[in-house]
Design a protein around this ligand. Structure first.
Ligand SMILES: Nc1ncnc2c1ncn2[C@@H]1O[C@H](COP(=O)(O)OP(=O)(O)OP(=O)(O)O)[C@@H](O)[C@H]1O
Ligand SMILES: [Mg+2]
Length: 507
């Protein structure tokens, strides 16, 4: 028997001239896991923020347990048993995991005599269900995937009846995601209702009971997962047929001279003895578990982390890279996995963000910005990546999560780099835009730009790369050529079970 816990009826939300939601409907039943799908900018997070009291609708009605509710603030949402794990990580970096987890819970309980030790113990108990993270550690010291897990653990302390997860797995590894799924199944068994937002169809189809699709801020459809295919969902999201195929790879033997060489680099701590060459025309993938040192290696190459050993050569010429600006000058750019930390400036406009690294070529001899050139560059990339925004003058913080990521990518491409290192480039990006980014990367590689892609998403790593290096404990555990690249081979190397050869023969 259907028993709606939450009903959204005719909700509209405008931000000035931007119509984020137009007359949408949505019903959540008790004990179901309900997926919400839509392209970047379709209005998913906006609706979740309305349900969680962060935003107020321009029009429309929300019912909780059949009764009209005015969710005036996050505290009201909490008192109604509604919890939201935001798409963007928003923890206090300078305090511990436990303190971050309590912030919501303490607001609610207001116990007069709160024992910090007791709270830390209960935080650890909740955290244990998810991952082995010490709740006494400072959030700032944790990698981005652990921070994402802290956000989730924080919501689990609230005992909610409705739990909203807005792209919870975007920054998680496969294992961490599986752990989360088993928790979600447990919540469902306890009749808790879950709204699940993700761009990963495989997750949605293994986890959810129903799926609702939004397009351009409008409601499109709701179906039982059993009655629909991933292709149907994608078609409804984009309103047309799209190719989810990866672009063609290099032909065997198509690789020519090395354009970028990394020789025995190390930082004496997180990575050691890393050597590889990137050849003209190829896309080099870097796989490995989160925390294996992939990001640190990229940072070491780009001057964002100091090195104690090794050299970097661009077209045979040794490069003196001691800071990120040295790297950019040499033509080596890095797309950070944490776009908020070092990727983009949220307060600045789309145009300003895209041109920020390329000020030199946009500045005339008098030193004034050539505003016209800035605008056309920004518009060019925005069109290419289909950035959905009010306009190029809109501040980046007003864009949806996936569209912010597209701006971060455009910003890197705008400097016309020689080598691009990208850390999880398509995180949070919808299927259509993702295919476009993959095509763009392939085109850039063909035009002679070196492309290195760090990815935790196995289909992307294998589908996009011509060759994969697998990192384990700060070293290259193995290299997989086109004919050896399988999911199993990557996992074996990443986890240290057997060699690449053994992995292939075992399969
Ligand atoms: N504070 C804001 N000011 C102006 N426009 C906004 C604001 N917040 C969201 N928007 C706009 O509303 C639309 C919907 O954004 P929303 O974040 O809900 O998309 P989404 O479906 O969550 O996308 P994604 O998959 O990229 O996370 C977008 O066009 C976005 O630019
Ligand atoms: Mg969103």
């Amino acid at each position: 028997m259907a028993e709606p816990v939450l009903t959204i009826h005719g909700v509209t939300k405008h931000f000035g001239a931007v119509k984020a939601l137009t007359d949408v409907n949505f019903t959540l039943e008790r004990g179901e896991v309900h997926a919400l799908c839509g392209e970047n900018g379709a209005g998913k997070s906006t609706l979740m923020n309305i349900i969680a009291g962060v935003l107020q609708p321009t029009e429309g009605e929300i019912r909780v347990d059949g009764k009209v509710a005015r969710i005036a603030s996050p505290a009201v949402a909490q008192s109604l048993g509604i919890g939201l794990v935001h798409q963007e990580i928003a923890l206090c970096p300078d305090v511990t995991v436990a303190e971050n987890m309590f912030m919501a819970a303490t607001n609610r309980r207001r116990a007069p005599f709160m024992s910090y030790r007791a709270l830390e113990r209960s935080a650890q108990a909740v955290m244990h269900r998810l991952a082995a993270i010490d709740v006494g550690r400072k959030v700032a010291d944790l990698p981005i995937s652990s921070q994402q897990l802290v956000e989730i653990a924080k919501a689990l302390t609230l005992d909610c009846r409705v739990l909203i997860l807005d792209e919870p797995t975007a920054a998680l590894t496969e294992t961490e995601a599986q752990q989360l799924f088993s928790i979600i199944r447990g919540l469902k068994a306890n009749r808790i209702s879950i709204i699940y937002i993700s761009h990963r169809m495989a997750e949605i189809f293994s986890l959810c009971d129903r799926v609702t699709v939004f397009r351009d801020g409008r409601y499109v459809s709701t179906d039982r997962i059993a009655d629909i295919t991933p292709d149907d969902v994608v078609r409804r999201m984009v309103g047309r047929e799209i190719s989810q195929l990866y672009p063609e790879k290099l032909e065997p033997g198509g690789v020519s001279e090395p354009i970028f060489e990394v020789d025995d680099i190390g930082d004496g701590e997180r990575f050691h003895g890393v050597s590889f060459a990137l050849h003209k025309g190829e896309i080099l993938g870097i796989g490995g578990l989160i925390g294996s040192g992939r990001t640190e290696i990229a940072e070491g190459i780009c001057g964002l982390r100091s090195r104690t050993a090794g050299a970097v050569r661009l077209r045979g010429k040794a490069q003196e890279i001691n800071s990120y600006s040295d790297a950019v000058k040499a033509g080596v750019v890095y797309l950070s996995e944490d776009r908020k930390g070092s990727g983009i400036f949220l307060e600045m406009s789309v145009a300003q963000n895209i041109s920020v690294l390329d000020l030199k070529s946009l500045t005339n001899s008098v030193g004034l910005m050539n505003v016209r050139a800035e605008a056309s560059l920004a518009e060019d990339f925005a069109r290419r990546l289909a950035v959905r925004m009010g306009g190029i003058e809109a501040p980046v913080k007003s864009l949806s999560g996936g569209n912010q990521q597209k701006v971060a990518i455009a910003k890197q491409l705008a400097v016309k780099p020689k080598v691009i290192l990208m850390d999880e480039p398509t995180r949070g990006i919808d299927v259509g835009a993702k295919a476009e980014i993959h095509r763009l990367l392939r085109e850039l590689a063909r035009s002679g730009i070196g492309i290195i892609v760090i990815s935790s998403e196995m289909p992307e790593l294998l589908g996009l790369s011509d060759r994969v290096l697998v990192i384990r404990e700060g070293r290259i555990a193995g290299e997989l050529g086109a004919d050896e690249m399988t999911e199993e081979a990557v996992i074996r190397l990443a986890s240290g079970v057997g060699t690449a050869k053994a992995a292939n023969h075992a399969g």
